[in-house]
Write a protein that binds this ligand. Sequence first.
Ligand SMILES: *Cc1c(COP(=O)(O)O)cnc(C)c1O
Length: 401
Amino acid sequence: MTGFSTRAIRASARAPRVDQDPTSVPIYQTATFASEDADELDAVLLGSQPGYAYSRLDNPTTTALADAIAELEGAEAAHIFGSGMAAIHAALVALAGAGDRIVASNAVYGSTQSLLVNVLGRLGIRTDFVDATDRDAIAAALADGPARILYAETLSNPTMIVADHGALAGLAHTYGAAYIVDNTFASPYVCRPLEHGADLVVESATKYIGGHSDVLAGTVAGRAELIAEVRRVQIDTGAALAPLAAFLVLRGLATLGVRLDRHAATSAALAGWLERQDGVRQVRHPLLPSHPGSDIVARQFHGASGMFAFELDGGRTAARAFIDALQIPARTASLGSIHTMVVHPPSTTHRQLDDTALAAAGIGPGLLRCSIGLEDTDDLLADFAAGLEAARGATPAPASA
Ligand SMILES: *Cc1c(COP(=O)(O)O)cnc(C)c1O
């Protein structure tokens, strides 16, 4: 008879045999998997035999999520990460090393910009930033010496410019670069960059794919041979997603389409209404006919997400009064959630920029970025109306002549 602790350890680790398929993916909450014998363990660890050995390499819940993402992005393969930034890091360093050059849109997510400049820059990877809507500027940057990667986002933050993936992929390939897209603001329900020529698509699954602002995750999808490179980076850098988190993302993913239809309908209703209000200078929503990229939206999007931006006449004072008057959105800075979130980029995500630099980036001092959630449209309209009232009241009266 073995001792109590030996029996307790064995007894508590005996998984029941299940002959019926569960209707949701189980959470394989384990770091290790046991093989039949030493040969099998070696083969699984080496990858010469499919299977599971250690959850930093592969875990069944996370693999289920990777397979689902690959299918929905229209990709051969996908790999899953502990956050969107981990996914972006792995995608970039899988394809670029010391001495290489990257050409990137100058309107990328703040941490991506910092990753390119402060982390990869220190490791000898140079990034040249260009206006991704200016084809001549991109061609000139790509022609300016070998470039490994052209990097852009489907929708720019917070200016809501739509990247023309077909054109950008064509330019990248002409100059021998891979085209990598961050599709977070759209999600694979609204846009699938791989279908328009992208080589890799990255998503912060923390946003629309998870959808409930309760889990961090990231995904990279593309051709199998590129994903094998991405996976190699992940294994040695360690940004694996935990099985419980993978389960939560799978649960969000199931309802991505119905959520996005509702996000799009409500955000388009609010954007159209704002366009008709006094004190609103400009509204940028992909589904408004006034959007400068309407033709690209028609070619490349299925609907839209909950993301749009608008500019108040009254500048910073009006924008801050608008946010403080809102009752429904919590004052938080993320996006892609069931909860509506409104942020003032000049004082949050883009606070390092002065008004001249902001203007150069197309960001007016009164710009607000909205991520419209799943609350009822009429409640949000009433809240935004109260916000506009407060914004008009807060605007300093123009000096009389
Ligand atoms: C949030 C976000 C990221 C980073 O994702 P995390 O999951 O927070 O690491 C990257 N790109 C875009 C466009 C984002 O919105």
